[in-house]
Every structure is written in structure tokens, then in C-alpha cells.
Ligand binder design. Structure first.
Ligand SMILES: Cc1cc2nc3c(=O)[nH]c(=O)nc-3n(C[C@H](O)[C@H](O)[C@H](O)COP(=O)(O)OP(=O)(O)OC[C@H]3O[C@@H](n4cnc5c(N)ncnc54)[C@H](O)[C@@H]3O)c2cc1C
Ligand code: FES
Length: 274
């Protein structure tokens, strides 16, 4: 498939309900598709439109893809309420650069997600588990509003069993069924909780803009340097190819140069967290 403007055929094989507002859509592809964890796709619903999403599945699965989607507006409402198993949708991509996994080699990796932001990170987590000996400690920090709003809970035990991997969870508010940490995601980033060697780590974070902002400030406060922090800047995008200028921060086009950006590269531009 050479024409990046032409959506490839993707048959919907399953729809899994993760939370009341988030579903995972499973696709069978007509031919193998190579993507790196963190690269994104444009998903087309014929007759309605397309929107950008980062696959949540294992990048090594070449003819299957999962995309985990929060219901938030026109396209995502149609995905949640109108499409059904067996429907043919379209996928364009992959776009963007993906996470710089080779750069993380020999280091601890701190993964920080909020809400549906764990979806792109799940793909990264699978990619890391495939070559886990390349990294030192892996620490996964994840926050959601309530127990019902947590994604991928059925995989948490498996993740924690991986060598030198730890999982830290928090909920925004107290809940009768929750005995764990309560507070917004930055509360997990205290030095004695995160479980990584701050000087020898990289951080990757994905979640709502407001979360990214306060996660970044907390990381800087506990001693991380801007060069160690990668943020998934999943903003409004259109062409995905660096042509329409809808997604820029300073000289960077998030669709082409990101969407995962090193904070050191973007920190001086005024619209980083807008
Ligand atoms: C590179 C990239 C990767 C993404 N990956 C995922 C993913 O894996 N899972 C997922 O659920 N979503 C993801 N998103 C966000 C997703 O693209 C939007 O939620 C979607 O485009 C909304 O389309 P809509 O027609 O349903 O909403 P619209 O009707 O267009 O908008 C509804 C509301 O959502 C807000 N909104 C729209 N787009 C975004 C956005 N990009 N970020 C924050 N708020 C937005 C609007 O401001 C509005 O308030 C990603 C976005 C980008 C750019
Ligand atoms: S989405 Fe068009 S330039 Fe980035």
C-alpha cells in the first residue's frame, strides 16, 4: 500500500467494552502493516469522516490492529454507537515517528498514563516487554477517575509479573471498592513511589493536556531534566503529513515530528500545554 492518502480496508472483528466511555476496536487488515509504538493512524468511517488514533495493540501483529477509543464527539460517537462487527472501515498511516525506544536502551523507563492515555502506552508496553532485557526498571504509573474508568485492568497482573516491572495505580477520588492510592496522577511521581533511578531514566507520558502539564511540572520538581521527558501531544490534526499547519508547536509539526515530543524541544514555545 503506497498511497498514504488511500485508506486500506480494515474489517472490524471485535468490540471490547473497556469502560462506560472507552471501547477497544479490533481490526483485521487486508495486508501486513508495520508500525512503531506511538505512531498513529487515521481511522475512516465511510461516509462520515476520519480521526487520528494511536493503536493500542502489539506493533508486532502485522495483520491485526486494536485501537482504543474514548467517546467524545461526532466520529467517536459513531464508532461507539453505529459501527458493528463485520463492518469495513478504513485505515491510513502510520504517521509520525513513534517512541524512540532505542534511545531508552540501558535505562529505566517510567511510563505515565491517564484515562484513555494508557491506550498508546499499552502498545509501547508490549514493545518494551518484547525486549525487556534492553531496559533496567520499568515503572508504569496510571490514573483514572473511578475503578470503572480504568482500561486494560485484566492485563495488570500479567504486566506486574514481568521482570523488573512495577505498576502504580491511583484514582482521582476515594471509592468504596478502592483501597489503593487516591489523588491525581502526579501524586504517583514522588521519589519514593516511582521506583526508577531518576538520573538514569526516560519518561513517556500520555493523557489529557492538563495531566501532561502537571505531570511535567512534577517530574521537573523531583529532578528529571527536560531532555528525559517525552510527551504524547495528541492534538487536533488533519493531514497527518506536515502540510496543513494545524498541529504545530514552534517549528515542529506534531503529526510529522511527533506526536511524542521531547519536552526539551518544545518547552520554550507558548502553546505547549494549550
Ligand atoms: C495523534 C493522535 C492520537 C490519538 N490517539 C487517540 C487514542 O488512541 N484514543 C482516543 O480515544 N483518542 C485519541 N486521539 C484523540 C482523537 O483523535 C479525538 O478524540 C477525535 O478526533 C475526536 O473526534 P470526534 O469527531 O469524535 O470529536 P469532535 O466532534 O471533533 O470533538 C468533540 C470534543 O473532543 C475534543 N477533541 C477533539 N479532538 C481532540 C484531541 N485530539 N484531543 C483532545 N480533545 C479533542 C473537541 O475539542 C471537542 O470538545 C488522538 C489524537 C491524536 C492527534
Ligand atoms: S496535521 Fe497537518 S500539518 Fe500536522
Amino acid at each position: 500500500m503506497d498511497n498514504i492518502y488511500y485508506p486500506r480496508d480494515a474489517v472490524l472483528t471485535d468490540i471490547k467494552e473497556e469502560t462506560p466511555t472507552i471501547k477497544t476496536f479490533c481490526f483485521k487488515l487486508d495486508e501486513p502493516l508495520f508500525f512503531k509504538a506511538g505512531q498513529f493512524m487515521q481511522l475512516t468511517i465511510p461516509g462520515l469522516g476520519e480521526a487520528p488514533f494511536t493503536p493500542s495493540s502489539h506493533p508486532g501483529k502485522l495483520t491485526e490492529m486494536e485501537i482504543t477509543i474514548l467517546r467524545t464527539g461526532r466520529v467517536t460517537d459513531a464508532l461507539h454507537y453505529e459501527v458493528k462487527v463485520g463492518d469495513h472501515l478504513g485505515l491510513r498511516g502510520p504517521f509520525g515517528k513513534g517512541y524512540p525506544l532505542d534511545k531508552f536502551k540501558g535505562k529505566d523507563v517510567l511510563i505515565v498514563g491517564g484515562g484513555v492515555g494508557l491506550a498508546p502506552l499499552r502498545s509501547l508496553i508490549y514493545a518494551i516487554f518484547d525486549r525487556i532485557d534492553d531496559f533496567k526498571k520499568i515503572s508504569i504509573c496510571y490514573g483514572a477517575k473511578t475503578p470503572e474508568d480504568q482500561c486494560f485492568t485484566d492485563e495488570f497482573k500479567e504486566w506486574e509479573k514481568k521482570p523488573h516491572t512495577s505498576l502504580h495505580l491511583t484514582l482521582d477520588r476515594p471509592h468504596p471498592d478502592w483501597e489503593g492510592t487516591v489523588g491525581l496522577v502526579p501524586c504517583l511521581l514522588e521519589k519514593d513511589i516511582i521506583g526508577v533511578d531518576i538520573k538514569n531514566s526516560y519518561v513517556v507520558s500520555c493523557g489529557p493536556q492538563i495531566m501532561l502539564k502537571f505531570v511535567t511540572y512534577k517530574l521537573l520538581e523531583v529532578g528529571f531534566k527536560p531532555e528525559q521527558i517525552y510527551l504524547s501531544m495528541n492534538r487536533r490534526m488533519s493531514c497527518g503529513l506536515g502540510k496543513c499547519a494545524r498541529c504545530n508547536i514552534g517549528p515542529y509539526y506534531l503529526c510529522k515530528d511527533g506526536p511524542d515530543m521531547c519536552y526539551a524541544d518544545i518547552m520554550d514555545y507558548p502553546n505547549v500545554f494549550e
